[in-house]
Ligand binder design. Sequence first.
Ligand code: GUN
Ligand code: ZN
Length: 669
Amino acid sequence: MDFEIRYKDAMARIGTFETPHGTVTTPNLMPVVHPGKQTLDVKQFGAEIVITNSYIIYKNEHLKEKALKDGVHSLIDFPGTIETDSGSFQLSVYGDIDINNEEVIKFQEAIGTDIGTSLDIPTAPYVKREEAEEDLKITIERAEEASKVRKKLLLNSVVQGSTYPDLREYCAKEISKYDADIYPIGAVVPLMEMYRYADLVDAVMYSMRGLPENKPRHLMGAGHPMVFALAVAMGCDLFDSAAYILYANKDRFMMPDGTLKLENLIEMPCSCRVCTEHTPDQLRQMPQEQRAKLIAEHNLHISFAEIRRIRQAIVDGELMKLVETRCRSHPFLLDGLRRLQEYTDDMEKLNPSSKKSAFFYTGYESLSRSEVQRHKEKLENITPKNKNLIILPSTSKPYSKHANKEYIKKYTPKIPTFYSKTTNTDYTESDIVIADIPFGIIPLGLDEFYPLAQNESPTNTDENSKKYIQQAINEYSQKYENILIHRKVVGKYDLTDYKLIEEELKLPEAKVTDFDRLKTIADYQFGKGSGDALFGDNPEKIKIEKSKKTGKIRHVYQDDDIIVNMRANDGFLILSDLGAIRLHKHLPSPNLRVVVSEDSEPYALKGKSVFNKFVIDCDEKIRRNDEVLIVNKDDKLLACGKSLLSSYEIKDFNTGQAIKTRKIKKLTG
Ligand code: GUN
Ligand code: ZN
């Protein structure tokens, strides 16, 4: 089964896969349909895929006979994709069931399920390690057996390992060898019931470390919309919910930020059909069964609405804002979010380098988003030009338009404005940076680059942010001899080691030339020295064309040849022929490289998209939306382009596009 990624944000994927009964888009919710007593018609809610239980069908003579004769689609009256569970859950509740792994796979195949599940052992959380290991051994053996027994059936292979993160990762790696189609993460229901969201995050994130990127993952038994955003951001693609019924039976309304009890309602909580056509009193007076059906309808409506909301957030590149917002609805979910801060590196590996929306700071947890970490790493690419550093406070953006006017021109020697540790007074030759939340230090030349130009944070600074900025300033200052810091920075972030300078200072203009801007961006985006390699050291030798409308750089030429273009929405440099040739010469392999097989060389040369299956190797640092160099195995430059995936995805996928290619007309220059 081929899974194709269309949009990405954090570890989340909007993707599609095909089954014999249609296309499924992820992330998605599979309503649980009871094969014998379903009352709601889930088709009406837009369900593309449902889950039902093959063991319940197997155990009931009447259902079994009908399923074997007419198929499961007819049995539950659902024409779309059907996934079936195997009875593992019953096994975990009753301790024993009367069907074995091979039989349950064959039975699922026989009733025409699209996606079947092997008989994994859902080991409870917090059991002894030996027990978890013993169960795991069986789960892995059964995964292997299932892969041999199934014929056309698409296969679920479940990650177990209880609350031992290393066992989760081990299990994920082992079962991945048997080429299943979907990888569910199992035995997490008890964690969610106990509100142990931090442990849930560990179980999921360690499972992810062992799972391939090219298959959908299903968080088994997760049915409350409150956890969807968090789970999707961790890379979960599918959810299943019996919760919409179970909650309804207890008169509970699910909401994306929690649960409401009918007994407390004076107003209906949403604008779905049920909530607009009934009052709480009317519902309370209804017979229980009739009421439960209506509340289930609301619950399903809210759950699908949350899935749609999450998809929109992925496309817009603001999923983490949604996650941080949702996780504030319960302190234990906030524990989950805070645990997720330990996985910034994992998230960074799969997070696109540029997004549509601005970075909105929602609280100190935002400082752990991978954009912030990535900026810190990329800053290392920038070599100081001077011995002196001037640190200015934030202004309106872009900083370079406002900083001079607000802070340097206004400077009068009579009113001391700057602090320093040294007694130097001549700062005419200085590097100028801005200190701001959430990115810490921002060189002026990067003030139009994503996400440094596209972010907002509150002016009222919290203690964590202060500490974070203090550290960022300390680290960045290491490279300089003299550091001059504006009064507002010292005050706002409680910097203590700096003394007010009473002497008159010689200050430069807080401005950046187009040439310096280009070189700073090139170093930051591509790596140390790339600015020199692309643009040389003589501003006279290149020609810069700007947009008449925005005044921003659009094209950079050497004579008549374009070196780079600048992408308007994120300020990224887009390589043209000359740029690609120069960077290829300057940066040694594997930097920026996507190595393609011999068969696909002619296609790359013609500027055709590079497909994942033709990529032999690629630079680990490549992320979605990055510029890349397409080369053959001898590092001969063939073309350049924009990556559609992260290096980790390119390596795991054997289908779909990896690179949107641009032809290079002349391969010398
Ligand atoms: N439903 C909820 N949890 C699980 C699990 O761990 N395994 C299976 N097969 N089904 C589940
Ligand atoms: Zn409603």
